[in-house]
Design a protein around this ligand. Structure first.
Ligand SMILES: [Fe+2]
Length: 295
């Protein structure tokens, strides 16, 4: 056995593992579900499904957000909700720490971004036939950029793609040195399913929520400064990359389900963020006793 094995295929295709992860991952995290700008007025409601728990976030009279999980027509349970720099997160487990404690040092990754000056531009949602970790793997490794995203690789310097991994395994920042009028330059990820791409004059949030063990909804949400130039080009390039990622993730998922592949090896040099992510996921499974026995 190698010292750097990937998660075995079971982790991506077994519905029982996913059933456990609904609790161990999504039940035990603060999960991004939308924006203050989605529900600006008193009484506005944001509905979402967090690992198949239907939730609602309501802006109340005092402006404060209140969230609940819908457990039946007449039955709902209050859950935790808070917003950070315009982004709304919920926690299904009410014994969780506060959002700000949970984010810990992650806000330092956003400190240079003028999020408060950005205005919502548009949102695309794609149903993708892959496990939520298949998409996370895709986001976390830059290895595939030249082959899967030729336009992106021409745009910035993909050969000098680098990842800044800190002490906290739950987030990291990737930098691809920009060239001239590059669209792409910096990317970030926050466990479990939140990511972002910094673009000139704004940013695109890229996030995904599971809709079953082999399906996700992939959201791209674009925000720009009001005077930002080139918005159409930046939007179009990000959408191209999104389409390319959808195709590769669905192909990887089909391979995982084919039974041919069990587990591979990760390159410690090029795939360190994946190594860290897989370790974290494996540890959760081992602690909770649902990790598949690997050969
Ligand atoms: Fe990609």
């Amino acid at each position: 056995m190698s010292t750097n094995p990937t998660l075995s295929a079971d982790w991506y295709i077994n519905s029982e593992i996913y059933a456990h992860e609904r609790q161990s991952v999504f039940g035990d995290s603060w999960v991004h579900v939308g924006y203050d700008s989605d529900i600006p007025k008193i009484g506005d409601v944001l509905s979402e499904s967090v690992a198949e728990v239907e939730i609602e976030v309501v802006r109340t009279q005092s402006g404060v957000l209140v969230a609940s999980a819908l457990l039946g027509l007449m039955n709902r349970e209050v859950i935790l909700v808070d917003s950070f720099r315009g982004m709304i997160f919920v926690a299904l487990d009410t014994s969780n720490c506060s959002l700000i404690e949970w984010l810990d040092q992650f806000p330092t990754a956003l400190v240079d971004l003028p999020l408060e000056k950005l205005v919502f531009h548009s949102r695309t949602i794609r149903r993708v036939k892959c496990n939520w970790k298949t998409y996370a793997d895709n986001f976390l490794e830059g290895y595939h950029v030249p082959s899967v995203h030729p336009e992106m690789a021409r745009d910035a310097d993909a050969s000098n793609y680098s990842v800044n991994l800190g002490d906290d395994r739950r987030w990291n920042v990737h930098v691809m040195p920009p060239r001239g009028d590059s669209v792409f330059g910096m990317f970030g990820w926050l466990y479990p399913t939140f990511a972002f791409n910094v673009v000139p004059g704004g940013w695109a949030v890229e996030r995904w929520l599971p809709r079953g063990h082999n399906e996700i909804d992939l959201f791209f949400e674009y925000f720009f400064q009001s005077e930002a130039p080139d918005i159409d080009r930046i939007h179009a390039m990000n959408e191209t990359v999104a389409e390319e990622d959808v195709r590769i993730c669905e192909a990887v998922q089909r391979n995982l389900e084919s039974g041919v592949y069990s587990e591979g090896l990760l390159s410690p040099k090029w795939e360190e963020p994946l190594l860290v992510f897989h370790d974290m996921i494996r540890e959760l499974g081992e602690i909770s006793g649902y990790a598949p026995t690997s050969k």
